[in-house]
Design a protein around this ligand. Structure first.
Ligand code: 5AD
Ligand code: SF4
Length: 495
């Protein structure tokens, strides 16, 4: 049986793509390995959003040069966004790479690997660029790829990503995604529902719907239009599913019917990731985000009106072209004012091929970007900590994901760590059976996507449990499983 090593970087979309590629390869007899040295095929599923992510892949490829020299039959492949972005350049920079496949062509990976093994030489399959044909041709060249699922490849078997949309048409000037993932396409609702039903039947309790601008989801079929809120209502009906999340939202498409759906459907997570990117109108305009900061504030106020308890999170880019201290201060102000549960903060990374790279100089020095990044992060961390304080003494419902990182590091459990499951899991095995009576530190999430750490029993993994919170820092709530009094005896949920 050929052995496959796969490494995934980037967003949830890539995690899902890797799951699907592995599922397809398992059907062809591949088994997974956690080490590059005993792998017959090594795949890197890559990201192009920032330069750093691409350079790390070239370094990883560089480290494989000798292994390939020693064993020329080892197949090395680069798949995903960097493959689409760099295409032949990957072969130029790492001539021993055998396979380059863009995110719109991943269904071809199994056949291409067979061709390479049969001696056909290096293979390149990418989709059309955004100027390389009619919209229809370009769209068709970005095939969505959702035929098979593989529960053992997921971070946990009871949580799954479901793609509802591919590509993006917003063309924010800093962003490479519209070039590498192609035109925005919403997936037919009946396909999404069938996949969600299948996942629920396999024991999946939580699905996270994925799209670059997920709330722009809209599917037209003749006279009928399915909006995001309609799709959520239909998914909500599926027995077995207990939680539904969706990422990432585009501020301008946060419509009232969607907020009403999140409010009224109990399985929907009261959690909205709606990136602002900047608090300054001047910067937003240069970014071509399509809204003013006043419009973002209005949208945020509507979320608070409809969903006062919801956790709202954001992304920010610091050091975008021409960003002044005053512009940056406006981002700080927005973070303070909106009281985000969390913000992901990135230093601007110029991406060749974007409008931003063409129109504006990357003129904010690296040390200023770093300082702004740290400053905004410090403001956000303080808010995150404040935001977690009201949970002290409260009870929350936690979907238990697995042993906490520190429990894993100390080797306290016989279970595979949540984060590394896909790397370490041999095919067909579910890992060492947890020891049922052992108490370990477990980690899970609330409906609002808050991370909760508590002591429990490995058997509780995959359950939704009441946890009482006694401590909190910026990123984690600490709690104890609530014991229930049933009948004459004390029945504890931890046993
Ligand atoms: N430089 C830095 N951050 C970027 N992002 C997207 N493109 C860039 C870039 N060129 C950030 C945005 C987006 C997140 C996924 O990555 O904040 O929301
Ligand atoms: Fe990139 Fe903007 Fe599309 Fe998000 S909305 S993927 S930032 S172009």
């Amino acid at each position: 049986m050929p052995k496959l090593y796969i490494e995934t970087v980037g967003c949830q979309m890539n995690v899902l793509d890797s799951e699907l590629v592995v599922a397809a390869l398992r059907q062809r007899g591949y088994e997974l390995t956690g080490s590059t040295s005993d792998a017959d095929t090594i795949l890197f599923n890559t990201c192009s959003v920032r330069e750093h992510a691409e350079e790390k892949i070239y370094s990883a490829l560089g480290r494989l040069k000798n292994a390939k020299r020693q064993n020329p039959h080892k197949i090395i492949g680069v798949i995903g966004c960097m493959a689409q972005n760099h295409q032949r350049t990957v072969f130029e920079r790492a001539p021993y790479v055998d396979l380059v496949v863009g995110p719109g062509q991943l269904h071809q990976v199994p056949d291409l690997l067979e061709k390479i093994a049969a001696g056909a030489g290096p293979q390149l399959e990418v989709s059309l660029g955004r100027k390389d044909g009619s919209r229809d041709e370009i769209t068709r060249s970005h095939e969505s790829f959702d035929p098979l699922r593989d529960p053992t490849m997921r971070p946990t078997p009871f949580q799954a990503y479901v793609r509802i949309q591919i590509g993006c048409d917003k063309f924010c000037t800093y962003c490479i995604v519209p070039s590498v993932r192609g035109p925005e396409q919403s997936r037919p609702p009946q396909h999404i529902l069938a996949e969600a039903r299948q996942l629920a039947a396999e024991g999946c309790k939580e699905i996270t719907l994925l799209g670059q601008t997920v709330n722009s989801y809209r599917y037209r079929d003749g006279e009928r239009t399915t909006r995001m809120s309609d799709l959520l209502a239909a998914l909500h009906e599926i027995d077995g599913l207990e939680r539904i999340k969706f990422v990432t939202n585009y501020p301008k498409d946060m419509t009232d019917d969607l907020l009403a759906a999140v409010r009224d459907l109990p399985k929907l997570a009261k959690y909205l990731h709606v990136p602002a990117q900047s608090g300054s109108n001047r910067v937003l305009q240069r970014m071509k985000r399509g809204y003013t900061i006043e419009e973002y504030r209005e949208m945020h106020a509507r979320i608070r009106d409809w969903l006062p308890e919801a956790a709202v999170t954001s992304d920010f880019i610091v050091g975008f072209c021409g960003e002044t201290d005053e512009d940056f201060e406006e981002s700080c102000e927005l973070v303070r004012e909106c009281h985000f549960k969390n913000s992901f903060i990135f230093k601007y990374s110029q991406r060749p091929g974007t409008k931003g790279a063409e129109l504006y100089a990357d003129d904010v020095p690296e040390d200023v970007k770093r300082r702004r990044n740290n400053e905004l992060l410090a403001i956000q961390n303080q808010i995150s900590e404040e935001d977690n304080q009201p949970f002290l003494g409260r009870q929350v419902e936690v979907l238990v994901e697995g042993p906490s990182k520190s429990a894993e590091r100390s080797g306290a459990t016989g279970i595979l760590p949540v984060q590394n499951r896909e790397q370490t899991q041999p095919p067909g095995l579910t890992g060492k059976m947890p020891v049922a009576h052992e108490t370990v530190q477990l980690v899970g999430r609330t409906m609002c996507d808050r991370i909760v750490v508590f002591d429990g029993n490995p058997r509780q993994i995959g359950q939704i449990l009441p946890v009482s919170i006694y401590d909190a820092n910026a990123h984690t709530l600490f709690g104890a499983v609530v014991t229930q009094h049933v009948g004459p005896e004390l029945f504890t949920l931890t046993t």
